[in-house]
Design a protein around this ligand. Structure first.
Ligand code: SF4
Length: 305
């Protein structure tokens, strides 16, 4: 479906006013899809059609495979949710447990098992059938903000009257800006990872082949945190009690936060991206508690969790 927008209305007997939310989101998408132009004769691809798999230039939501957790009681605060795990990440945190999602190449027979991944449109169909028992959908990964049809996907989930939570490492503020342009594409809840002091983010960078669009940098983290703080969207911060994190890291990260909950979780070695990290001792409640105390001492809303 292509709408040719004219000053006097939209072809096909539909009023421009009734289509305004669709067009607004589609326009927000234009940087991604490559469509350009002014108001007269402007062509936009209907977001709804893209979400249903007719993505054309963008591929649509049917063309990717994801990992689906059908039911979770812990990933979306206060809601029963399904979780979509996207493959690919623009970071390489050495402690990451999601190597099968992060690495482009299979690292074991299990990673290569195609049965573990499902097509996104199939996952959405499953979620649609269960929408009466679900309260929301969590978009996680990997790094879901790298999925370029994310605005259309969120649109489609919201059409099912389900809330959307986005988990992000904050390295793609450009996508956050796109999502926040309309309420139809804005997540209802965001969890932002705060890993180490911003200036230490280079320790988790992918190699130089990574595109500038998603460069791992302190600036990306600061920009994402600012966008989230000013978005009016409910959010939380998440930090792992890593063996290498210090109170200096917490103090530097605190500058990016507001009074939203800042959860500190224990680090557990095992299946880490860098096997050397499997030799670290797991952190315990006391380690995590010390970080929570440090957060609270800075006047922030530190929580064990
Ligand atoms: S950002 Fe998350 S998914 Fe990506 S490498 Fe780091 S821990 Fe893994």
């Amino acid at each position: 479906m292509v709408f040719r927008v004219r000053r006097s209305g939209v072809q096909g007997g539909q009023s421009l006013l009734s289509l305004r939310p669709v067009l607004r989101s589609a326009l927000a998408q234009t940087n991604q899809t490559g469509y350009t132009g002014g108001v007269r004769g402007f062509k936009v691809k209907c977001m709804k059609q893209m979400a249903q798999g007719g993505g054309g230039a963008t591929g649509g939501v049917s063309s990717v495979k994801i990992s689906l957790r059908k039911t979770s009681l812990v990933d979306y605060p206060g809601k029963i949710a399904s979780v979509l795990f996207f493959t690919g990440c623009n970071m390489r945190c050495p402690w990451c447990h999601n190597r099968e999602l992060v690495l482009p190449e299979p690292t074991s027979a299990r990673d290569a098992d195609p049965e573990e991944l499902v097509r996104l449109d199939q996952a959405l169909a499953h979620i649609g059938k269960r929408r009466n028992v679900l309260g929301g959908v969590v978009l996680s990964g990997g790094e879901p903000s790298l999925y370029r049809d994310l605005p259309a996907l969120i649109w489609r989930i919201k059409e099912m009257e389900l809330a959307v939570k986005l988990d992000t490492n904050g390295m793609n503020p450009g996508m956050l800006e796109k999502l926040f342009q309309t309420k139809e594409t804005a997540p209802d809840y965001i969890a932002l990872d705060l890993k180490l002091a911003p200036l230490r983010y280079g320790e988790m960078a992918l190699d130089v082949r990574m595109s500038a669009r998603t460069l791992v940098s302190a600036d990306s983290l600061r920009k994402s945190a600012e966008l989230i703080r000013n978005s009016g969207i409910a959010h939380e911060y998440r930090t792992l009690a890593l063996p290498t994190i210090t109170e200096k890291d917490i103090a530097a990260l605190a500058e990016l936060t507001d009074d939203a909950p800042w959860y500190v979780r224990a680090f557990r070695p095992g299946n880490c991206l860098d096997p050397k990290w499997d030799d670290f001792e797991p952190s315990n409640a006391r380690d995590a508690g010390a970080l929570v105390d440090a957060i609270q001492a800075l006047g922030k809303n530190g929580v064990s969790g």
